[in-house]
Design a binder for this molecule. Structure first.
Ligand code: SAH
Length: 345
């Protein structure tokens, strides 16, 4: 009944959504419907994005995050322009047509430095999409980055519920500003991604419903979703990781509510289970973001403990994913992997 409502584009009662998320009775049907919805628009095609973690410097102190400023144990790094370009070149040869540049909030990167880098990458790979995931900046800055050629921006909203947001972040980081940034990013014309962690300390199902409501309001093109995983050098080191089952249910609900949304099966998922990314595809995800960062820096970009694939080459990882996808009847495509425009279908 509930699944039908979701498929019909009706936003259910909060209590109905909560019951769907908390019980495993409908899981099989839910995942199948979500998977079929993704197939209707994207067929058996899975998009890939090459993730380049180019700096682990961060001025913020998010309580859950391993690269937060207060983590004095962490050795910091910045990749040079040339190293970043080399990652893109390597990725291009492997079939990547989207590069995601991600970092902590690193003040070293002025607009001028970033715009020059964006232009260089777009010049050598005009057929590729460039995604930025570099945190909160000013509207002026977002505009400059867009004008320089960046196509997409990922900024997880982290928690739509304002009280919950504040328990995860220091005072100077406000939920209002996070949401304001996302609205600006979207208005400027970026393909926009938000997202949140499942299982953050203190999170309730009601909070997750608020995330779903926020996503309906924002109407992003992508939603990144993964379990919270503790990191030993953070305030939240003693809390348990988020639940795999709940992640899958949220993912499937998102797919049903937003049939053409780009939904990655995140690396954080595979920390819970080797096959969790495949389970994610089976629950309606349609994107995978393998790591293109140089192996030498991967251990330094530890957002959480036991992060996977810190020592496997992108090529090797890609072959592994390809083999697993083939077994379930899916394939990776060489394409920018833009969101499908429903009007053109
Ligand atoms: N500085 C950028 C990129 C942040 S890192 C920004 O502000 O957007 C990318 C994402 O990793 C974060 O948005 C967060 O949702 C996730 N992350 C951070 N710490 C995590 C943890 N302990 N467990 C799971 N995911 C985490």
């Amino acid at each position: 009944m509930m699944i039908e409502k979701l498929e019909a584009g009706i936003f259910p009662e909060r209590s109905e959504l909560i019951s769907l998320l908390e019980s495993d009775t409908n899981d099989e049907e839910l995942f199948e419907c979500a998977r079929e919805t993704a197939r209707k628009y994207y067929g058996n095609k899975i998009f890939i994005r090459g993730l380049i973690e180019f700096s682990n410097y961060c001025k913020n102190n998010c309580y859950y995050c391993g690269i937060r400023a207060g983590n004095k144990k962490l050795e910091r790094y910045r990749l040079s322009d040339q190293e970043i370009i080399d990652c893109c070149r390597k990725g291009y040869d492997l079939g990547f047509r989207t590069f995601v540049l991600q970092s902590g909030e690193d003040p070293y990167y002025t607009d001028d430095i970033l715009c020059a880098l964006i232009k260089k990458i777009k010049k050598s790979h005009p057929d590729c999409a460039l995604t930025l995931s570099i945190g909160e900046r000013s509207r002026k800055s977002y505009k400059a980055l867009f004008k320089a050629g960046a196509d997409r921006y990922l900024l997880r909203h982290e928690a739509a519920d304002e009280k919950h947001y504040r328990t995860l972040h220091p005072q100077e980081l406000t939920p209002e500003n996070r949401k304001k940034c996302l609205r600006e990013i979207k208005k400027i014309g970026f393909e926009t991604g938000c997202g949140f962690m499942v299982g953050t300390p203190g999170q309730t199902l009601d909070h997750i419903v608020s995330d779903l409501v926020f996503i309906c309001e924002l109407e992003p093109d992508m939603v990144g979703l993964g379990p919270f995983i503790p990191h030993e050098d953070t305030e939240y080191k003693n809390y348990p990781a988020g639940s795999l089952e709940l992640c899958m249910r949220v993912l499937a609900v998102l797919r049903l509510m937003h049939p053409t949304l780009l939904i990655p099966a995140t690396t954080a998922l595979s920390t819970l289970d080797d096959d969790a990314q495949i389970m994610g595809i089976m629950a309606g995800a349609n994107v995978i973001m393998p790591n293109l960062s140089p192996i030498a820096v991967r251990e330094k970009y530890l957002l959480y403990n036991n992060k996977k694939y810190t020592d496997s080459e992108a090529a090797e990882r890609l072959n592994e994913i390809r083999a697993k996808l083939t077994r379930i009847g899916y394939e990776i495509v060489v394409s920018r992997g833009d969101r499908i425009n429903i009007k053109n279908v």
